[in-house]
Design a protein around this ligand. Sequence first.
Ligand code: NAD
Ligand code: GLY
Length: 360
Amino acid sequence: MQTLHVELGDRRYPIFIGSHLDPQALLEPYIKGKQVMIVTNETVAPLYLKHYVTALEALGKKVSTCILPDGEKYKNIEHLNLIFDALLEAGFNRDCTVLALGGGVIGDMAGFASACFQRGVYFIQVPTTLLSQVDSSVGGKTGINHPLGKNMIGAFQQPQVVLADMAQLKTLPPRELSAGLAEVIKYALLGDAEFLTWLEEHMDKLVQGDETLLAEAVYRSCAHKARIVANDEKEQGERALLNLGHTFGHAIESYLGYGEWLHGEAVATGMVMAADLSCKMGWISQNDLERTRKIIARAKLPIVCPQIPLDDFLGYMAHDKKVLNGQLRLILMKNIGQAVITKEFDIDLMKQAILENQQS
Ligand code: NAD
Ligand code: GLY
């Protein structure tokens, strides 16, 4: 097992990464009070819920569960309320702990519920998708969707601890594993050229689910995210770099309808567009652009999106959270491993990068 810490002063917390981790031993110091609410979904519950209930009951905790339906479409206020119902019906008080057992949807919802319930209670993340292990469980962004926008209602709520168990990735559908690899590749492209070389060496085995290599990829990814979050918890600057490929990706997701493409798939093609624009700007070489395309394709991710009318694409990009005073800012690459947030790009080249990375 490897451990790293998100350095946030007195809110510093550990991320435990390994295979077949022991929740009883690892979680005990981070549980407040006797009451623990495990929030999970209908897919994850039959796989892993019993293991955690047993471990926590062995610690003498009173364990309750809240099992939500599975899917991004349930990441809304109605289903958030089911968590509050469960907490109140089970008589939970302020000295309690909410544990998220699932992917990013469950982590975001349980985290937000823990931030609001009785104005804030303890929160533990047990991410069970690769995407949630390398991204959503770390850094404290929690929330739900609104009919008018994704992740529009939420709170920063850092967990007490994150427990990322590679053994739980065995049951993950291959498409979901690839979606997580998109975020892993993101860390290499935005901040670590050597990590890209490592991924180039190991991608075939990562796609096959090699637990030792996945643990290393999760560790390196979380180390990047932890460093950035420690510097810029509330995204006043550097944290925006974590959105490499996301502005283009959100446009793809929004146009196709959420659920059609997975978030990681849209981010993958978005990163190709960002790299292509960076190349057209003369910042990265053609060779680096091809490396970007190749590593994404080897992760079994799409490098082109379906045809999307340019006006629609630009319309969705204009809704991005990084639009500041009406001006679009993009995360682009000055080099492999050196991303920047910038409004200094040529809009015509951006349009070309969008159009040239669509299916013909
Ligand atoms: P998800 O939570 O929908 O999980 C994907 C699918 O895998 C679901 O069907 C889930 O039930 C299933 N699943 C989960 N673990 C499994 C396992 N071990 N075995 C088998 N199936 C399993 O999707 P996700 O990709 O984990 O997360 C996406 C969500 O995360 C989005 O809502 C996104 O907005 C959010 N997100 C948040 C942040 C953040 O910083 N808070 C960052 C990135 C993404
Ligand atoms: N997923 C982007 C962030 O946590 O800031």
